[in-house]
Design a protein around this ligand. Structure first.
Ligand code: FES
Length: 94
């Protein structure tokens, strides 16, 4: 079934990604503003890391849209393996 879907999506020019592309090996410090909405790149293909630039349109992945709960420095995941999206949970080390 997975092969069939992969072929179908290939024909439709949609890239099935089992795992996101690792965009970096360390989190990035980003200043966020409370109440502002951001779109964290979940696929790893964006050229505007750690944020979405629309590159996921060729995949079956979508960005993680979130609202900042406070103003200040936040450590945003770049390895795309965090279980606390979009924030670093240390997964890049393991
Ligand atoms: Fe990666 Fe949009 S470019 S989720």
């Amino acid at each position: 079934m997975k092969q069939f879907l992969k072929k179908l999506f290939t024909n439709l020019k949609i890239n099935i990604m089992d795992t996101p592309k690792r965009a970096g090996d360390m989190p990035v410090a980003v200043e966020l503003v409370q109440g502002e909405t951001y779109a964290w790149c979940a696929c790893g293909l964006s050229n505007n890391q750690p944020f979405c630039d629309g590159s996921h349109h060729t995949t079956d992945m979508t960005p993680n849209v979130f609202e900042a709960e406070r103003t200040g420095t936040h450590y945003i995941c770049m390895c795309k393996a965090t279980k606390n999206k979009p924030f670093c949970d240390g997964s890049h080390a393991g």
